[in-house]
Each structure stands twice: as C-alpha cells, then as structure tokens.
Design a binder for this molecule. Structure first.
Ligand SMILES: C[S@@+](CC[C@H](N)C(=O)[O-])C[C@H]1O[C@@H](n2cnc3c(N)ncnc32)[C@H](O)[C@@H]1O
Length: 419
C-alpha cells in the first residue's frame, strides 16, 4: 500500500503541474488528511523537495528512459522516487516499492516501466549524477534554470556578495518558518530570536495570531527600516496583499499616532489584508488599483512592495524556478515604474518612498532605482545603513539581502526621499 504522506506529495505535484501554487495547495491537502506531524513533514519534504530538484531528477530520468514519452503522472512518480533515493532517508528497496505501488494505482500500464527505471536508478543514481555534473554543470548540480543562475550571479557580483553556488544550495533547503511579534508585543519567552529583526523569532506552535504573525525576517527588516525612515502622519501601502508588511506597518504606526491606508488590486487578497488589519483602529483597506485610486492626501511613507519575479523566495516557492520566464520581466518593469510614478505624485515633502522587491534581479532592483532617481530629481536616495546595523554591502545605498548570508528571503530595498 502507498502511504498517505506519499499520496499527498503526489497530489501536490499533479496540482502544481496543472498550474496551482504549492504553498497554497499543500496546507489544503494536509487539512483534509489525518496524518501525524511527522508524516505531514514527510509529505512536505517529499513534495517541495521533488519540485526544487526537478531539473536534476529529469536529467537522471533521461539517462534511463525516453523522458519525452512519459505521461506527467509517471514522470512525477519517478521524480518523487528519485527524491527518496537521493535526498531522503528512505531505504532503496522501499523507495522502489512505493514508486511501483503508486504507479499501479495511478497509471497501471506504466508500472513495469517505473519498476525498471527505479531499479536502474536505485543502483547507480549517484554515479550517474557525478557523470552529469563532472563538467561543472550548475544547472543539473543545483537544479536551477540557466537564466536564473546567470541573473543571480550577476546580482551577486554587483553586490560583492560571494559565489552564487552557496545561494543556489540554500535555495534547495527548507527554511524554518519565522514569526514576528507585532508591536507592542514582545518576543515570547523561550523563543529563538532572529538576527535581522529585533522582533522576529523562529516560529512556535499555538501563539495567538492576533499578536504574532508568520513572516520572513527579511520582510520584517525592510518594513522596520521604512517605518524608521518615515515621519508620523499618513502612511500608504500600495501593494498590500496578502498583508504581511501592512500588518507590521499598522502595528508600528499604531504606536506612533499614525494612520495607514492599504490598497490591493485583487479583492480576495484585499480580504486577507482586511482580516490581518482588523484589530488596528488606525488602518483602512481598499480593494482597488493603486494606479487609479482617488488619493485625497499626501503620505509621509509610501511602501511599494512591487509585483516582481519573486526569485528571492525560491526556498519557500519551490515551483517558481520552473514557472517564471525571463520574458515576464519587461512587463513587471513596466508595472514597477508606473507604481513609482504614481507614488512620486502623492508623497509629502520630505516623505519617503520605500521600493521593495522579493527578487534580487538587477533589472527589478538597482536598474529600477537608478531609473527613478534619473527621472525624478525632486527625490534623493536615502542610504539604508542609517537605519539598520547588518552585515550587508555598506558601499551601496540600496539594501540587498541574501538567503544564504542572512537566513531571509533575498529582499531588496531602496528608500527615496522627496526634497
Ligand atoms: C509582492 S506582493 C505584496 C506582498 C505584501 N506587501 C505582503 O507583505 O504581504 C504584490 C501585490 O501587489 C498587488 N498589486 C499588483 N498591482 C497592483 C496595483 N496596480 N494596485 C494594487 N495592488 C497591486 C498584487 O496583487 C500583489 O498582491
């Protein structure tokens, strides 16, 4: 019999194949099951790990069969089997048996083929991998598409942040969930504090989510820097959904007699923002297009957490590396520039625009910041280092975080002040 945790991982892979997001589907699948905490962890590692390492596993499968003839169901069973063989503690015979059993259930005609492939792979997957990566083939070794490796390398080099390999390896790991204590709440006693945010800690079960939220410490840090740089008054979050940064901004603003307006284009995501901000009397949320919204005031802080490729969050979004394509960047750049243009018109004198992405790609970060400053002489760039002490490139005015160095998503932050 196939174990439930493997079935859940398999269903996840098939849903992602049909276009779903793993981080949305997995909690739904887990909710429907009665598995133990350990089995849930196994399902997540098997599903997420297989998605992360897919490029490498496909290269190995090509060595033992004609991959172009495989149905997605069969291909995903083999990928999962390989993940168990190479990267989990499953005994080889159990990995083979479970792949064959799963195939008998989901695609019975292919079970002979799966049996043959899994047997070959179980005896020499590591030797095959050594052969495939002997010419320093980073695409197969680190299971990232070439265009992403090139783009990340360029950004690492520009930031003097060291070799890209350690980042690629980090992207293949499961990060421990992190939480934030919304001010004025303190980090709970006994919690493990995080390095970048003095209100962040490694997640613990059972906390009241009115006071403590799941949030990557990179997001916490850029939000805290933006709030520190801004004067009290009216603050605006132009791209608020699902509401992580807006909640932290609202909690900080609430301590400072400051109000916050949060805007989100998609109504369902705006509902999530409303839910996150419902306990804050100083916050209002609008489901609207931030480019067309009828603003009736100027803002001391405009946060633009811009739509971007999200390639700084590859650890937490395992399928992103397959779904994102370089030709999407031009459209995203257009939206990023339009949001900045709009923000420039509604920022108060001496007010701040905080431009944030969860991508480290130069085209979405430094190039956009340069374009904005070149086109808006009424703004000057404010160096991040005036607001935070951390081990990032201090020669740069903009901030780039790195998952391997900072144990955070690769967030980018540029602060612009209206003069
Ligand atoms: C990177 S996400 C923001 C994440 C959010 N700040 C958080 O911390 O949870 C970008 C968001 O901008 C929204 N968005 C994109 N274009 C927009 C527009 N023109 N007006 C308002 N929201 C927009 C997207 O729907 C998406 O939810």
């Amino acid at each position: 019999m196939v174990t439930e945790s493997r079935l859940v991982a398999f269903r996840l892979l098939m849903l992602v194949h049909e276009g779903a997001y793993a981080n949305i589907k997995l909690p739904q699948l887990l909710q429907k099951s009665n598995m133990s905490k350990q089995d849930r962890g196994f399902a997540q590692e098997l599903g997420y790990g297989t998605l992360r390492m897919q490029i490498q596993y496909d290269a190995l499968i090509k060595e033992v069969t004609d991959i172009s003839k495989l149905e997605p169901v069969v291909l995903n069973i083999l990928r999962m089997g390989l993940h168990e063989l190479i990267n989990m503690r499953t005994e080889n015979h159990a990995a083979v048996d479970q792949a064959v059993e799963l195939c008998k259930q989901e695609a019975p005609k292919a079970s002979g083929l799966v049996n043959a492939c899994m047997r070959k792979l179980s005896s020499n997957a590591l030797q095959l991998l050594e052969k495939l990566t002997s010419g320093e083939n980073k695409v197969i070794e680190f299971a990232h598409p070439k265009w992403i490796i090139d783009a990340l390398s360029a950004s690492r080099e520009m930031d003097s942040a060291g070799d890209v390999e350690t980042l690629l390896a980090e992207n293949n790991k499961s990060p421990k969930p992190q939480m934030v204590a919304l001010p004025p709440n303190q980090i709970p006693e006994g919690a493990q504090p995080l390095g970048l945010s003095n209100i962040g800690f490694e997640s613990i079960d059972g906390l009241d989510l009115a006071h403590f939220r799941y949030q990557d410490q990179g997001s916490q840090l850029v939000t805290q820097i933006a709030a520190s740089a801004a004067k009290d008054g009216n603050w605006l979050d132009m791209c608020a959904g699902p509401g992580g940064k807006a909640s932290l901004l609202a909690a900080i603003a609430n301590q400072r007699s400051t109000s916050i307006t949060a805007i989100e284009l998609y109504p369902k995501r705006a509902d999530l923002v409303k839910d996150g901000l419902k306990t804050f009397p100083n916050a209002e949320v609008f489901p609207a297009d931030a480019l067309k919204f009828d603003y009736d005031k100027d803002y001391q802080l405009v946060l633009i957490d811009a739509p971007c490729t999200g390639l700084g969050a590859l650890r937490r979004k395992p399928e992103s590396r397959h779904n994102k394509k370089p030709d999407q960047i031009q459209n995203l750049n257009q939206i990023q520039k339009e949001l900045l243009e709009k923000a420039a018109t509604i920022t108060a004198d001496e007010g701040i625009i905080a431009y944030v992405t969860c991508s480290p790609l130069i085209e979405e970060t430094t190039s956009i910041a340069r374009w904005f400053i070149d086109n808006h002489p009424e703004f000057k760039i404010l160096p991040w280092r005036d607001y935070a002490e951390l081990d990032a490139n201090k020669a740069r005015s903009t901030l780039q975080l790195w998952s391997d160095r900072d144990n955070a998503d690769c967030m980018f932050l540029a602060l612009f002040q209206k003069q």
